[in-house]
Design a protein around this ligand. Structure first.
Ligand SMILES: Cc1cc2nc3c(=O)[nH]c(=O)nc-3n(C[C@H](O)[C@H](O)[C@H](O)COP(=O)(O)OP(=O)(O)OC[C@H]3O[C@@H](n4cnc5c(N)ncnc54)[C@H](O)[C@@H]3O)c2cc1C
Length: 554
């Protein structure tokens, strides 16, 4: 490796190169159940470094088949997207600059943590509303490449809706601006006699040739992170060509993102939630449309297992909140404790409304509350800093947002095993679908919480398992098969937000069929003919490879 490092430095790469055992061990994991030790970790200083790196790898790949480039930002990917053999390209060391923010757009580098990015946008009264539940841990570059979504996606959609412009280093080692083009601009671009011109021409030809089939392949749910977003690229009606939509959600398999311009929406300062405790889910079919009719900002849910988990690990919230807020939380939990005496709810639904004024929010909540009065509905409102009741709803957000993190860190002899962690079915099927899912969970004796985005029918089921034991590992494929078949039976998507990675890449054929998988393979080949970017993911995935890299130690 020393010789390789010397050659890379001689080629002009000026960032850090680290092949220490400690670094390789650290980068062998993300938040998924996989483990792959890379050969080398590289930390490019700037875009020029990324270009040098890509050029070097592309030129040397034939003689060194082990060479590949897998981008990594915060490494919170739950699908195995950020781990690989070859080189890991870390963007969190140097790509951390926020270039500029206005009320409507923010320009920043991919390694900026979302938490820092949001602080800046809020100074301008603006927000990028597709942030994920991992908002305190992840970066904006990871969000682009996973096409992340979260609690506000019900109203605003996912990251794909907010990417105005990207800079990406493609396989020829050059950085390009990728943004929406009108027909004239597209024709000009396709006329270029270079790598970029070829990219546009070939992708356009693919989209045009199979137009109807590609459009029809888009999963019929409100959220999807499976496959490549080919269906959103070319629109004959508007004459617009959106190459950036293909990069969004591509998990770094088509190129390396070096720069991002995100669209922003006004931050509405007031919010309030209505909490609905359901003892059984029979009436979910009526409640969901009744809630959605009122266009809430978020509509989240978590189950009784999540509730028990939060009670069991209550002391963990002390560290997270600090003493005064923790004491406030304890007091605010007293009424909920009394509620529990009447029976543990099977499902807790949180409906949030946002508004310009507190009165606006209160009115929206009152109207919905009135409409749902026959159900067991609790009513709470918070209005940010100036409202003393803020912490009343914080406890629900804590349970919803922190459940996976608590599972990750607290249950010592078992580990989170995200393999059925992000399924989506149309909410109209949930009354039927949820009991069937619970049945499968029970059949395989999986200790799992169910939390998610009720309004989109997007659920995160994250079992706790001793995955290092062969008997537990043996459950993965059959359980996954049953869950995935069920999801596909209801015409859902296997991933709404977390993307394919190693865990769901092998399921692209089941999700889309052989023909559409063929289009995905063509996309990958157009962009990355030597397969240097993040191999074994997306259309290059196969289950045997993935399965052989399941974590053996923790
Ligand atoms: C507790 C927890 C909760 C989560 N909740 C959600 C959720 O609600 N919604 C959601 O969508 N996800 C969620 N996730 C998954 C993950 O946090 C998000 O997808 C996040 O946006 C990934 O960001 P990251 O910076 O960690 O990216 P990474 O994990 O580093 O990378 C993600 C993918 O993008 C690629 N990539 C990263 N940077 C670049 C780059 N510069 N160029 C090209 N490719 C790149 C990587 O190769 C990888 O395939 C959760 C994860 C955890 C641990």
């Amino acid at each position: 490796m020393d010789e390789f490092k010397t050659q890379l430095a001689a080629a002009g790469f000026s960032g850090e190169l680290d092949d220490s055992e400690q670094a390789r061990e650290f980068y062998s994991h993300d938040a998924s159940l996989f483990e792959i030790k890379p050969q080398l970790i590289v930390k490019p200083k700037d875009s020029k470094d990324v270009q040098t790196l890509v050029t070097f790898v592309a030129e040397n790949k034939k003689d060194n088949p082990w060479l590949s480039l897998t981008a990594r930002s915060a490494g919170t990917d739950m699908s195995g997207g950020a781990v690989n053999e070859g080189l890991i390209v870390d963007f969190t060391t140097h790509f951390t600059k926020i270039e500029g923010v206005t009320k409507t757009e923010a320009h920043a580098q991919p390694g900026v943590y979302y938490r820092d990015f949001e602080k800046e946008t809020l100074k301008h009264g603006a927000l990028m509303p597709a942030y994920p539940a991992s908002r305190d841990l992840c970066t904006i570059g990871g969000m682009v490449n996973n096409n992340s979504g979260g609690e506000k996606s019900l109203e605003f959609g996912k990251t794909e809706n907010f990417v105005n412009e990207l800079k990406v280093v493609f396989a020829d080692g050059k950085e390009y601006t990728v943004k929406p083009l009108n027909k004239l601009e597209l024709v000009r671009k396709m006329g270029q006699k270079d790598f970029e011109g070829q990219l546009y021409k070939k992708v356009f030809d693919l989209c045009e040739k199979h137009y109807d089939k590609i459009k029809a392949a888009k999963p019929k749910v409100t959220k999807n992170s499976m496959g490549y977003n080919l269906w959103d690229v070319w629109d004959r009606d508007t004459g617009m060509f959106h190459m950036q939509k293909l990069i969004v959600g591509s998990q770094g398999t088509l190129g390396l993102t070096t720069d991002i311009k995100y669209g922003l929406v006004p931050h509405r300062p007031h919010s309030g939630i209505l909490v609905i405790f359901l003892r059984d889910i029979d009436r979910l079919g009526e409640i969901i449309p009744a809630v959605l009719k009122h266009k809430p900002a978020t509509f989240e849910s978590f189950d009784d297992a999540t509730l028990w988990l939060s009670i069991r690990f209550l002391p963990s919230f002390l560290k997270l909140l600090g003493l005064p807020r923790f004491i406030h939380l304890l007091f605010s939990l007293i009424p909920d404790g009394l509620q529990l005496l009447h029976g543990i709810p099977k499902l807790i639904l949180m409906v949030e409304f946002n508004g310009e004024t507190e009165e606006e929010v209160r009115t929206k909540i009152r109207v919905l509350h009135h409409e749902l009065k026959d159900h067991r509905v609790r009513y709470e409102i918070n209005g940010e800093e100036e409202d003393p009741t803020e912490l009343k709803s914080e406890k629900f957000w804590l349970m919803r947002r922190q459940s996976f993190n608590l599972l990750r860190s607290k249950v010592k002899d078992k580990h989170t095993a995200p393999f059925i962690d992000d399924l989506v079915v149309n909410p109209e099927h949930l009354t039927e679908f949820l009991p069937k899912i619970r049945k499968i969970i029970k059949k395989y004796h999986l200790l799992a919480t169910i939390a998610g985005h009720m309004g989109d029918g997007n659920f995160h089921i994250i079992p706790l398992m001793k995955i290092e034991e062969p008997s537990e590992r043996a459950k993965l494929l059959p359980a996954m098969k049953e869950v995935d078949e069920l999801v596909l039976h209801y015409k859902g998507s296997l991933s709404g937000e977390h993307n394919d990675g190693l865990v769901r890449g092998p399921w692209l054929k089941q999700q889309f069929g052989a023909e559409v998988l063929g289009y995905f393979k063509e996309v990958k080949h157009i962009f990355d003919p030597e397969n240097i970017f993040n191999p074994h993911k997306k259309s290059d995935a196969n289950w045997d490879y993935s399965f052989s890299h399941i974590r053996q130690k923790f």
